[in-house]
Design a protein around this ligand. Structure first.
Ligand code: EPU
Length: 334
């Protein structure tokens, strides 16, 4: 049930279809301490978890609803809906908003928690509401997009108390019929720029995004991974200048405005890993994907959680020594 393809065994697996069913499970005390799992694409089980109960939403349904607000469409998707299916189907329906997220593995429930992102877009940009069950009170609650407090691979759902209390059952997204392509990622803009006389549609954008992903990232069907293993570190302008001075050359990064309104620099973790000489590192069955060293892969399907952690530790220590930057994993460790 995870994209890493690493063996792990939980004590119990509960799969449910409806929010009402989830509430019944909650009432009977079966969800105490349970771990909600989506597509398992951003998670690492580090060892045996025989005391753990894992719950998973089997409901893959989604629906599209026109609104009175011209051009705006609401898409409701159950937690178990596969994100890429939603990207494909909404693009095919001529709706803008999810096309840049094409090819990201996982299901909607996990995606709204993690605020998945790629090629200049984040899911949080289009989240209108998220419906959840509060397992402490056994009540249904709805959070607005703003209340989800989206940040870079971050949301309210990753922090206490929501982390322990809320299980996402459904997300409502705002997509547009009259949208425009998001070309803020320079690599995507260059690709599109080379295609002359083309009528850009969400489906055409999706095709370009998929082609970019396939060129750099491992095929999830062939090689196990959890996508980017580390977050791209965000540092102050002063610290960026300091590491450039010490390195004696440009250290790539781009300006971001943090939630506190301050300008900072988001560094490329892949570049830091590469320039620290970690690309060839391996530990047991775990290694780095040669074309994108931010991705730890289960090289031949035989890696263990301990192998991945060994490799992670080696990389963190080496990048710290070389650049004084502390890499933080994006992948959740259980
Ligand atoms: N690079 C090297 N050496 C290499 C390969 C790449 O130095 O061998 C450097 C290059 O400087 C290049 C950069 O790495 O510019 C790669 O940047 P890119 O924009 O392709 O990807 P990223 O910043 O490494 C982030 C996300 C990805 C997302 C891509 C595209 C994070 C942690 N990762 O990666 O998300 O698909 O941008 O938008 O933010 C994920 O979260 O699982 C994920 C795959």
């Amino acid at each position: 049930m995870t994209t890493f393809g690493i063996d792990a065994e939980c004590g119990r697996l509960i799969e449910y279809d409806t929010a009402a069913e989830l509430r019944e499970l909650c009432k009977s005390g079966e969800l105490d301490g349970a771990l909600p799992l989506g597509g398992g694409s951003n998670i690492l089980f580090t060892g045996a978890c025989r005391d753990l109960t894992v719950i998973h939403c089997r409901n893959t349904a989604f629906s599209i609803r026109e609104t009175d607000n011209c051009g705006i469409v609401e898409v409701s998707a159950a937690a178990g809906c596969v994100l890429d299916t939603l990207c494909e189907q909404t693009a095919a329906a001529g709706l803008w908003g999810l096309e840049n997220l094409s090819g990201i593995p996982g299901e909607i429930g996990g995606a709204v928690v993690q605020n998945v992102g790629a090629y200049g877009a984040e899911l949080g940009d289009v989240v209108a509401r998220v419906n959840c069950l509060n397992v402490k009170t056994n009540e249904f609650v709805t959070l607005t997009g703003e209340e989800c407090r989206y940040g870079y691979r971050d949301s309210v759902f990753k922090h206490h108390p929501a982390k322990e209390q809320l299980i996402v059952t459904e997300a409502v997204l705002t997509l547009r019929r009259d949208g425009v392509p998001n070309l803020s990622y320079s690599g995507l803009k260059e690709r599109i720029g080379r295609m002359s006389g083309l009528n850009l549609s969400p489906t055409v954008m999706r095709g370009e995004v998929m082609a970019m992903r396939n060129g750099k990232l491992p095929d999830p069907k062939k090689t196990g991974s959890a996508g980017s293993f580390f977050k791209n570190p965000v540092v102050s302008l002063e610290f960026h200048a300091e590491i450039e001075k010490r390195y004696g050359d440009r250290v790539p990064g781009h300006k971001v405005t943090d939630s506190d309104g301050l300008e900072r620099i988001k560094l490329s973790a892949a570049w830091l890993i590469d320039k620290s000489g970690c690309k060839q590192f391996s530990a047991g069955g775990a290694s780095l994907w040669p074309l994108q060293p931010l991705v730890i892969v289960n090289t031949e399907g035989a890696a263990t959680g301990a192998d991945v952690i060994n490799l992670e530790k080696q990389i963190i220590a080496t990048v710290r020594t070389r650049f004084g930057v502390e890499l933080v994993p994006e992948v959740i460790h259980i």
